[in-house]
Design a protein around this ligand. Sequence first.
Ligand code: F6R
Length: 619
Amino acid sequence: MCAIVGYLGAKSAQEVIVEGLRRMEYRGYDSAGVALVDGAGTESAAVAVRKKAGKLGNLEKLIDEDPLPPSTIGLGHTRWATHGAPNDRNAHPHLGAHGRVALIHNGIIENFAELRAELEDAGHVLLSETDTELAAHLLELEVESGADLTTAMQRVCGRLDGAFTFVALDARDPDRIVGARRNSPLVVGLGEGESFLASDVAAFIEHTREALELGQDQVVTITRDSVSVTGFDGSPAEGNRFHVDWDLSAAEKDGHDWFMRKEIFEQPRAVADSLLGRRGADGALQLDEMRLSDQELRDVDKIIIIAAGTSFYAGMVAKYAVEHWCRVPVEVELASEFRYRDPILDYSTLVVAISQSGETADTLQAIRHARTQRSKVLAICNTNGSTIPRESDAVIYTHAGPEIGVASTKGFLTQLVACYLLALYLAQVKGTKYGDEIDQVLCQLEAMPEAVAEVLGSAEQVYALARSYAERRSFLFVGRHAGYPVALEGALKLKELAYLHAEGFAAGELKHGPIALVEDGVPVFCVVPPRDRDFLHDKMVSGIMEVRARGARTIALAEVGDTSVESCSDEVVRLPRVPVLLQPLVAAVPLQLFACELATVLGLDVDQPRNLAKSVTVE
Ligand code: F6R
C-alpha cells in the first residue's frame, strides 16, 4: 500500500525522506509528496509541501523546479490510491485548515462520510477527495485548542474507524513527530541524534539498523534522541526493539535491471537460508518459533490454509505435501473469501496463514476470525515483526530477505520451503512418517538450492523464448498435481507483469471446456511431472499432444532426460531431476524468468506494475 516516512535529526530531511521513499516505492506509486517544517523554531515557522501525481521521479522533478527550503524535520509519502483519484490534489501530505499540521496516511478511514459532513458543517473547506485530509483537519483543530501533538493524535485516533497508520508534524512544535498505528505497519528507526518513522525498515537502514516495532493501536512520539509509545487512550505502552540484520545491498539492485530479476537469481540463497538451522543436535527437524506444543499439534485433525495471490498457490502445494506426509485433511482458502462463508472451525483445526508481507488485510482479518472460533493460527511469513505473525499462535519465518519487486518470486519459493518443513514437522510429531523417511526428504530439500541454481542456468533459453512470443496476446499454462499451482502461478506472473491474457488450468480439466481456447499458435506452457510418477507423467504427455493437435505451440517444462516430451513440444525447458512434491521449487523459476523478460521486452515497469502494490493493507 502506501509508504510513509518521517525524519527528525540533523541531516537534510528532504534527502533522507526522498531516499527513504525510493526504497519503499514498491508499496505504491500513484503519487508522491513531501512536507518539511520551514523556519523551525521561529515565529514564522510553516509547513512547505511539494506533491505530485505519478511516480517519485515526478516529485523529484517538481522539487528541482521549485526547491524546498532547508529543513531537518519532515515527512513523505507514496500513495496507492483508495479514496480519490491518483492526482496532485489527492496526493499526501495533507494539511490542516490553517496549514500548521501536515499528515500522511496509509489505510482507509471508514467513518469518512460523517466526519466530512461534520467538518463541512463547521465551515472547513476540504481541498481533496481523500479521507486523510479529514484527519489532518481534526488533528489541527486539537493542537489549536491547546493539545500537544501526541495528545491530539490520541484524541483523533479515538474518533476514527477503519485502518489508519499516520505520521504527522506540527510546524509550531518542530522537535517532535508523532505516528499512530492501526493495521498497517509502522516502525521506528533509532539513530544517533536522529529518529525515523517508516512503513518499512528499508527506508532507514542506510542510517540505522536499530529499530522499534509498534503494536496495534499505538501512538508513538519521536524526538531527535527519544521515543515514547502510548495506547490510543494515552496509557503507557512499549514497542519491541529489534536489530535489522540485513544490510543496504539487500535493498539495492546489484547491477540487475529490475529488483524482480535480482530476486529471481537470489532464490538459491533464499531457499538455503530458509532451511538453515532447522535441524536439532540429533539431526531431527526443529522449528524454533513453533510455539504450539507437540500435544496441540497431535490434536490437529484438520488444516485450513488461508492466503492471497501467489501465497495462495504456495498453500495449494502445501496441501499435497501435508496430506501425503501427515494424512491430515487440508483445505486451501482464499483469504478474502474465508470468513464470509462461515467456515467450520474449532480448537482442533489448525489455520495456516501464508503471507510474504505479513500485512495483507484479507489474510489478517481471516486469522482474526479463526482465533475467535478457538482455532490455533500458524503464520508463514517473510517479514519479521509484521502484524500477521504477531497475531498468530506460532510462526515459521521464511528467510528470503527483503522482497522489493512487486511480483513475488523468492517469497514464493521460500514459502514452499516453509510449507514442506511444516508438513514434515507435523509428520514427525504425529508419527505418520518414520524418522529416516523425514530425514530423507530433508536431505532432498537441502539439495534444492543447487537444483534452483541449475534451472537458473536456462535463463538465456527462456529469455529467447520470451522474445519470440512478444507479439502474442494470450498464453495458457497447464499442470497436474503439484504442477497445477505452478501453472496458476505462471499465469499470474504474466498477467500482473505483462498485462496479457494468461490462464492456468489443471491439465485434466482442459478437455472439460478450456481446450476451446486453444487456437493456432497459442503458447501453452506444460509443467510435466517427473517420470517416476508414470501415471501422472503419461497423462500429462497425452494432454500436451491434445493441445498440440489443435495448433498450440507447446513449451514443456520437463526433467532432464525425459525424451517422451520431445516429439510433442515446440520447446523443452529442462528441469533438474527432483521428487514430484518438490518440483514446484524448480518449475516455477522458468515461468518467473519468462514473465520478467516478456514484460521487459514490452517496455513495461517490471518492479512496479500498474494498479498493484506490494502489500495490500485494505480489504
Ligand atoms: C503476486 C503477488 C501477490 C501476493 C498477494 C499476497 O506476485 O505478489 O499476489 O502474493 O498479494 O501477499 P502476501 O504474501 O504479502 O500476503
